[in-house]
Design a protein around this ligand. Structure first.
Ligand SMILES: Nc1ncnc2c1ncn2[C@@H]1O[C@H](COP(=O)(O)OP(=O)(O)OP(=O)(O)O)[C@@H](O)[C@H]1O
Ligand SMILES: [Mg+2]
Length: 229
């Protein structure tokens, strides 16, 4: 696989239990590429993303993400794969019992960091990137929804991921706050050459921040030129 290919699926079948959700999935995402994933509710967006981060097994077809073979993932290699990914969901899911700095510290510790000074430096760097250095000592509930989601993106950036996989990350935010998040994400992606795969329902976002679009439709993944009307 080329160094520049962060995601490659070939003739993959995506299942939920025994139900085939998506068939003949062929998808390539390159380093630094920003790609939207759209499709009606229940069309398979989350299922596809889950397969990419190893929450659903890839049983049929080939798949590689950030250099990991999805067909041979094990309980041991899944955490290693996840370290190469920044995963963001709709719900902000920060740990509510500790402040922002401790939330970020927790993730670094869980992903094998040991050097306290290096950890502190990395936390400061990502907080600076999302413009929230001054919120370090605040509890999550002391932040607005938009600020919390920016912290979640900061958390996703901690380990300098090859790709950010975001499942409707702006679903709970108002339009202005969504726009702020998109601006931030596009800037970060460009700056660090991080790919982004961004599932959304929000056509306003697609119009305001144009990028490549792939769609889940009729049990397939289609690139824009093949969309069925
Ligand atoms: N844990 C599960 N067990 C069984 N079936 C599931 C499970 N999760 C999802 N499904 C089914 O898989 C199909 C695809 O669901 P998925 O969540 O991938 O859709 P989606 O495009 O993300 O939808 P939404 O836009 O509502 O988030 C749906 O028919 C859904 O009912
Ligand atoms: Mg979904």
């Amino acid at each position: 696989m080329s160094e520049n290919l962060i995601v490659e699926l070939k003739e993959a079948k995506i299942y939920q239990q025994k139900t085939l959700i998506l068939d003949q999935v062929n998808l390539k995402i390159h380093r630094g590429e920003f790609t939207y994933l759209i499709g009606k509710t229940g069309s398979g967006k989350s299922s596809l993303l889950k397969t990419l981060y190893g929450a659903l097994p890839l049983k049929v077809g080939k798949g590689t993400v950030a250099g990991f073979d999805l067909n041979t993932l094990t309980r041991k290699t899944i955490p290693l794969l996840r370290r190469k990914l920044g995963i963001v969901f709709q719900d902000f899911n920060l740990l509510t019992d500790r402040n922002i700095q401790e939330n970020l510290f927790f993730v670094l510790k869980a992903t094998g960091w040991k050097d306290k000074a290096a950890m502190q430096k990395r936390i400061d760097t990502v907080l600076e990137k999302v413009g929230l250095t001054d919120k370090k000592a605040k509890m999550p509930y002391e932040l607005s929804g938009g600020e919390q989601q920016r912290i979640v993106f900061a958390r996703a950036l901690l380990n300098q991921p090859d790709i950010i996989i975001a499942d409707e990350p702006t679903g709970n935010l108002d339009p202005d706050t969504s726009d702020d998040i998109l601006l931030l994400l596009k800037e970060l992606a460009e700056e660090q050459n991080t790919a982004v795969f961004f599932a959304t329902h929000d056509y306003r976002i697609l119009e305001n921040f144009p990028a490549r679009i792939v769609r889940c439709q009729s049990g397939r993944i289609l690139d824009e030129e093949n969309f069925l009307v």
